[in-house]
Ligand binder design. Structure first.
Ligand SMILES: *Cc1c(COP(=O)(O)O)cnc(C)c1O
Length: 311
């Protein structure tokens, strides 16, 4: 087995891109983007970190099959399919929704990596964490190592804790996108006492605050620095977006040549610039924005929405 992540024990920090823009200069703020989207060709972004110790655990426990859940455009499904193939596991993806006749780019990639796709109704999908439902899946597919939807569990957080390294103590603010919060939790565990962690939720609703607090408690994470979550940059909710967001992403790409995704990192970056304009950040602040990847989904997104977002 190749142990794909060990083949690229990355020089830390991984490529970090400084952003030069008149607005930032005017406000006396520095902004850098940590390009986790470039961490691996196939196992991209934060999913690389979230899968790393789960794969190790599955191997240690002698499993030959991984099973996980996701939507039809899921970055997690995409990454898990690739990681499983690289590590010699069989993989099963339980996909929310009825089977689509022609697979979208995410699912056709997963299939080409050998992932067995199983489509279930939205109603059944809601039961995905019930023991009885998992038991039924085991009757059907045999034994498997279960990775939860979005990949967040204690081992995933052990992985995302490794996103930051000592040299990053330089930054006053670290920012990330939030879906299930596994990335935020790992970062929260590694920030220093004089650092601020800002999370930008892609989901609609203020439930995310208690959800993140529970996740931190369950994992016994007591951040040394301050952390806050913004729940007002979701653009209508998970998977929702609008032309204001697309225009911003196009503008950002034209300025920096950094592509963002419309589900997570586009919303985070929009939020950062909005906060900069509103003088949320003190003069002299140095921001490190974590680019958590997600670019694989853009082809399917453009196809579906008729947009021309850069990849
Ligand atoms: C999955 C994903 C997230 C969300 O990560 P969580 O750990 O679930 O909060 C953020 N950004 C991108 C690009 C993702 O693919």
């Amino acid at each position: 087995m190749q142990e794909y992540w060990k083949t690229l024990l990355l020089p830390n920090p991984i490529s970090t891109q400084e952003i030069q823009l008149p607005l930032l200069e005017e406000k006396g703020i520095s902004l850098a983007v940590r390009r986790l989207d470039q961490v691996h060709d196939l196992v991209s972004g934060n999913k690389f970190y979230k899968l790393k110790y789960n794969m190790e655990e599955a191997k240690k426990k002698g499993f030959s099959t991984l099973l996980t859940f996701g939507g039809a455009f899921s970055n997690h499904i995409h990454a898990t399919a690739a990681a499983a193939r690289l590590e010699g596991f069989k993989s099963i993806g339980i996909i929310r929704g009825e089977e689509i006749i022609s697979l979208n780019p995410t699912l056709s990639f997963a299939k080409s990596e050998g992932m067995q796709l199983e489509f279930i109704s939205r109603e059944d999908y809601r039961k995905k964490s019930c023991d009885s439902f998992v038991e039924k899946l085991k009757e059907k597919f045999g034994d498997f190592y279960l990775i939860p939807e979005g990949g967040t569990n204690a081992l995933a957080i052990a992985g995302t804790k490794e996103i930051l390294s000592e040299v990053d103590s330089y930054y006053s603010h670290i920012t990330c996108s939030i879906g299930t919060g596994g990335t935020f939790a790992g970062l929260a565990e590694s920030i220093h006492s004089d650092q601020n962690l800002l999370g930008f939720s892609s989901l609609k609703g203020d439930f995310i605050h208690s959800e993140i607090n529970n996740l931190l408690l369950e994992n016994q994470i007591y951040p040394k620095g301050k952390y806050s979550i913004f729940d007002n940059y979701h653009f209508g909710g998970y998977g929702k977006s609008d032309s204001k967001l697309f225009d911003f992403m196009q503008w950002f790409y034209a300025q920096t040549q950094i592509p963002l995704d419309p589900i997570y990192t586009g919303k985070m970056m929009f939020g950062i610039f909005d906060l900069v304009r509103k003088d949320f950040f003190q003069k002299g602040s140095s921001i490190l924005a974590i680019h958590s990847g997600g670019l694989q989904g853009i082809a399917g997104f453009n196809q579906r929405m008729g947009t021309k977002l850069p990849v």
